[in-house]
Structures are given as C-alpha cells and as structure tokens.
Write a protein that binds this ligand. Sequence first.
Ligand code: COA
Length: 355
Amino acid sequence: MRRASITGWGRCTPEPVLTNEDLASVMDTSDEWITSRSGIKERRVSHTDNSDMATVAGAHALAAAGLEAADIDYVILATCTPDRQIPAAACYVQAKLGTVNAAAVDLNAGCTGFIYGLSMAQGLIATGAADRILLIGSERITPYLDFEERSTAVLFGDGAGAVVLEAAKGDEGVLSMTVGSDGSLAGVLTAEGVGTSFVGNEVPMRIIMDGREVFRNAVTQMGESAALALKEAELDFEDVDVLIPHQANLRILDATARRLDLDESKVYTNIVRYGNTSAASIPIALSEAIEEGKVSPGGNVLFVAFGAGLTWGASVVRWGDRVEALGVSDAKLPPTDRTGLELVLELMEKKRVSA
Ligand code: COA
C-alpha cells in the first residue's frame, strides 16, 4: 500500500497581535486568569479572508516541497470558518495558488480537521486516486467570537498551516491513522448564526462552549486516540520523537501528556503565542517544530487532536530524510496598519450595530 509522506510545510500567521492585556481592556478578564487557565499570552487576528491565509500557507508548503502549483492534484482545506458557505474556500485557494490540475474541497471536523484531512489524503494516495495533495488547515475564527463571553473569547486565534503529501518512496509516511466522532455531544461546542438552522431566526455569529465538558472529553479522547495510533503503528511512547497535539489549551496538553506518561519535553507547544487556531494549529505547530529542529530525519511524529462534533483523531507519521525546505516562497498577506485590538473593536462595533 502506498503511504502518504509529508514533503512540504508552511504557515501563515497574520501580523496583528491581540494580547491578554488587550482583551482585559474590553472585557472582565486578566492576563493572570488567561495564562493560568489556558497557557495563552497572545493570539493573531486576521484582517483578511480565511482563503488568503490558506493561500499563503499553501504557497510556503509548495515551495518547501520543491513543487509547482500545477503539480498538485488535490487541495483539501480543513476549516470550520470558510470565507462563504458556497463555494468551498478551497476553490478560492485553488484559483489564488493556480493549482490548475487540482480538485478542491473543504473539510469541517472542527479542531480535528487536520487529522481528518490527513486520513483522507492517506486514502487518496494509497488508492492511487491522487499523487500530490496540498492539505491546509486555516481558520479565521475571531469574527465568531462573542467578546461578551469571556470564557470562550480568550481562547481562540486566527492562522493557517499547510503540508504537501506525496507517495512515499521508502518506509516513511503515515504509519497509522485513527479518527472518531460522537455527534450526540454536538451541543458542547457549537456555533450560532450561520447555517440553515438559523433561517428565520437570525442571531449574531458566535461560538458557544461548555468548557468543562470539552475539557473532560478532550483529555480522555486525546489520550485514547494517541495510544490507539501508536498501537496500530506497533510503536511505544519511547519511539515517539515529538508529539504535535492540537493546541487547545496548555492544561489539556499537560493532562494528556501525564495520562500517556509521556515526557513533557517531547510535547511541542506554541499555544502561548497563537491560542487555539482550530484546524490550523497542528500544521502551524509542525512547521515551527521543523524549523526549531524538533523533527528528525526518520523520526516518528505523533499527531493528536480533538474538536467540535465532537471529533477526535491521531496519526503516527514517520518522517523522511529531509527536514530542510527545498525552496522558499515570498507569499505574504497584504499589509495592514491596524492592531489586533483595533480589529476586535471594529468587530464588536459591527456586532453591536447589527444586534
Ligand atoms: N477571565 C476571568 N475569569 C473568567 C474568565 C476569564 N476569561 N472566564 C471565566 N471566568 C470565571 C468564571 O466566570 C468563573 O467565575 P465564578 O467562579 O465566579 O463563576 C471562574 O472563572 C471559573 O470558571 P470555569 O468555567 O469553572 O473555569 P475553568 O477552570 O473550567 O476554565 C476554561 C474555563 C474554558 C479555560 C476550561 O474549561 C477549558 O479550558 N475548557 C476547554 C476549552 C477548549 O479547549 N476548547 C476548545 C477545544 S478544541
């Protein structure tokens, strides 16, 4: 069976920064509370569409893989915050990148989107239905935040990350894959305001979350998924070089590592700078981990995630020989002179006016 191997990686993190102190200036919260409950110090706010971030991340991943846009035969965009409901945001990315030979589709599995995308990419490559896939996780989640709901608004941020997957030439690639869901818990983490449920019942866009219930399920499912993915790969935790988890909350990651009896130094985290970027968090973390030398040639990388649905999943990927990018791209977002706080104040004002 052909295995999908990661040959390119990249990210796009918008420049406007929103700090905990900024949040404390618009709602009843504090840096101390946010840091101690989540590990987050700041997050990014996008001034432009989701597909713009996805395109920039995708361009960097293509360059790192040494490929042209026309080499890609499938674009999978994992997102729950697309530019529009119709068409798929992946189609905007397809046009902006010029992946003229590619199919394009969005995938919504909440924060587990990247892992679900990896499982689909593995399936497409295994069957020969695709040879070179661009898998992007991208979220512009800030417009969905209700800045009057302090326990949710402080946790999320915007950004995009991407990987290129190609058929492995050696024994590298996806060694195992596990994904699951429980739709009976859909209400634990949901969004209002967009979708047919709201026809004739217009309400502002906002995320609603039962934080404690999410926390409890996240620790259980991340732990069980990671253990299952390792078992299927016939590996032990000692064989893992680095665990790249969905960056939901530092306390969830610490609790998951403890549950797995995994050395914390093997767990890659960057939540302090980006917050929870949903489906974008794993590919952003992966591209930073590679640049920081945390991924070694031939090393085993364990991915694990949990999110709205509820959904969860994990995968073990054996890295190939190359941890250096083959090329670089100068793709970047259009400039903005607005700060993260100014962007948030604009959003709050628009929501106030339309309410
Ligand atoms: N600043 C200050 N105080 C806050 C606050 C904020 N941003 N948000 C909530 N509080 C207050 C609450 O009002 C409550 O006060 P009270 O005791 O006077 O009523 C107190 O802090 C404790 O609230 P609680 O909800 O019990 O806190 P918690 O310890 O459960 O932490 C979360 C809340 C959201 C951080 C935590 O439940 C969590 O991390 N859940 C998982 C979220 C997640 O990762 N979601 C994405 C999954 S993909």
